[in-house]
Write a protein that binds this ligand. Structure first.
Ligand code: KIV
Ligand code: ZN
Length: 509
């Protein structure tokens, strides 16, 4: 049996659907290009009928990310499937991913359909998708809470209509590994399908079992795993790609399967995603968390110094973790800066390098040591921020133990500069109130989080904020050696994203 595990990445579809993870088209394209460097097999780029923005993003990715399969999601309706095909047409290798729920609770409460109706919807939808593309995936939503015999009938219908991959989602993260194994075994022993049909799994993490269930299914014959970077996704998220890939790699002795993932691109992918979405990775997260390779206890440090293998089952280099040593300083030139960008996985145009280099020089002047993480923050802040309505021009703060913090902020709005002063409970509060007054935003601040990107009191601070207005939630990030400036940049970045959403709404999207 083939021992390659196909990695189907759904960061841009199931991941992006989760609250606070929304990305604009440029950001999605950037993530898709990184997924290509990571060498995933399939990128699920979106749900084209869901919105004009989703359609455009799928089309843009299909047009620009070549040599890889691009998938688009569709319900069993004709407009969904036609829209998915329209968006996927430019792809080198398009896949239409059709889904319908199969559990009784979904049939009764959500679809209001009988079991027989869902069977005919499945057959018709897969056959229609097949008229457009050869590669059709069918998913039985809520498979793990469906009657296994009925599930087999639906899957058989999809296979007979031409589906090439059948996906078994644990939509609500309910399954237990042993039970999931039994379900896969039941399906495998009851469906009649050629060997070329791929069994796929798609697990959610509500009970923290998404990766365990995915790996259990692989052991039982699943050959495609659906997952997301950093495990982002609905509610508690999806199976984390980095955990699946590294489990298969580190425990090759146990699984004897492999993926084609370039594991050294795992860390850059994780950082890029959290910088774009503003969703930080928890420090103790497996594989990509800040503490994943930190040995704190004296006895562990002693062991690692004597022999790394005492406490280290994989090397930081194997996931592309930057060495965190001094890479550049204020005397470094543009050439060295460009080389370092390349080593970190950024393919930038000359104009983008110039833009980032100006900021690098400013930071190098303030900070003696410029680390890889600083460079990533510069790129995220200066290069990949998109069309901006608001731009921070200057910021001054007076605060102390016996005075009311006062901020004076100058913001360029389109082409006019506006300056105002305001007070608040603390310096960040004063800045945020002043920015809110200048921009006249009605948004609510939902989350404010600050992290030091590197060690030391001269470290760059990275601020992530989440704001909400009229049901739209967006995240913003900003970094600077001054955390008040980083806070202002993050807030303004989020306001720019909100502005972008409002424009799309006015355009009727
Ligand atoms: O969780 C789920 O069931 C899904 C399907 C659409 C595959 O995301
Ligand atoms: Zn899902």
């Amino acid at each position: 049996m083939n021992n390659k595990i196909i990695i189907f990445d759904t960061t841009l579809r199931d991941g992006e659907q989760s609250p606070g993870s929304s990305m604009n088209m440029e950001e999605k394209l950037q993530v898709a290009q990184q997924l290509k460097r990571l060498n995933v097999d399939i990128i699920e780029a979106g749900f084209p009928i869901a919105s004009e923005g989703d359609f455009d993003a799928v089309k843009e990715i299909a047009s620009n990310v070549k040599g890889i399969t691009i998938a688009g999601l569709a319900r069993t309706s004709r407009p969904d499937i036609e829209r998915a095909y329209e968006a996927l047409k430019p792809a080198d290798s398009p896949r239409i991913h059709v889904f319908v729920a199969t559990s009784d609770i979904h049939l009764k409460a959500k679809l209001k359909k009988t079991r027989e109706e869902v069977i005919s919807m499945t057959g018709e939808a897969v056959a229609l998708a097949k008229r457009f593309v050869d590669d059709v995936e069918f998913s039985a939503e809520d498979a793990t809470r469906s009657d296994p015999d009925y599930l087999v009938k639906v899957l058989q219908t999809a296979i007979d209509a031409g589906a090439t991959t059948i996906n078994i989602p644990d939509t609500v993260g309910y399954a237990i590994p042993e039970e999931f194994i039994r379900l896969i075994r039941h399906i495998k022993s009851h469906i009649k399908a050629p060997d070329s049909i791929v069994i796929s799994v798609h697990c959610h993490n509500d009970l923290g079992l998404a990766v365990a269930n995915s790996l259990a299914a692989v052991g039982e014959g699943a050959r495609q795993v659906e997952c997301t970077i950093n495990g982002i996704g609905e509610r508690a998220g999806n199976a984390a790609m980095e955990e699946i890939v590294m489990a298969l790699k580190v425990r090759k002795d146990f699984f004897s399967f492999h993926t084609d993932i370039v594991s050294e691109q795992i860390y850059p992918s994780s950082r890029l995603l959290s910088q774009i979405t503003g969703i930080a990775v928890q420090p103790n997260k497996a594989v990509v968390g800040a503490n994943a390779f930190a040995h704190e206890a004296g006895i562990h440090q002693d062991g690692v110094l004597k022999e790394k293998l005492t406490y280290e089952i994989m090397t930081p280099q194997s996931i592309g973790l930057p060495s965190n040593m001094l890479v550049l300083g204020k005397h470094s030139g543009r050439h060295a800066f460009r080389d370092r960008l390349k080593a970190l996985g950024y393919e930038l145009t000359d104009i983008q390098v110039d833009k980032a280099f100006v900021v690098f020089k400013q930071i190098a002047d303030k900070k003696k040591e410029v680390y890889d993480e600083d460079i990533e923050a510069i790129v995220a802040d200066e290069v990949f921020k998109w069309a901006e309505k608001y731009r921070l021009e200057s910021l001054n703060i007076s605060s102390g133990t016996d005075m009311l913090p006062t901020a004076t902020v100058r913001i360029k709005i389109d082409s006019n500069s506006v300056t105002e002063s305001g007070q608040g409970d603390g310096p960040v509060d004063a800045v945020y109130k002043t920015i809110a007054s200048i921009t006249k935003t009605k948004s609510r601040l939902l989350r404010y989080q600050v992290n030091a990107i590197t060690g030391g009191t001269d470290a760059q601070g990275e601020v992530m904020v989440r704001i909400e207005e009229n049901g739209y939630t967006v995240s913003g990030t900003g970094s600077d050696t001054d955390i008040i400036v980083a806070s202002a940049k993050a807030y303004i970045n989020a306001l720019n994203k909100l502005e972008h959403k409002k424009i799309k709404k006015i355009e009727g999207i």
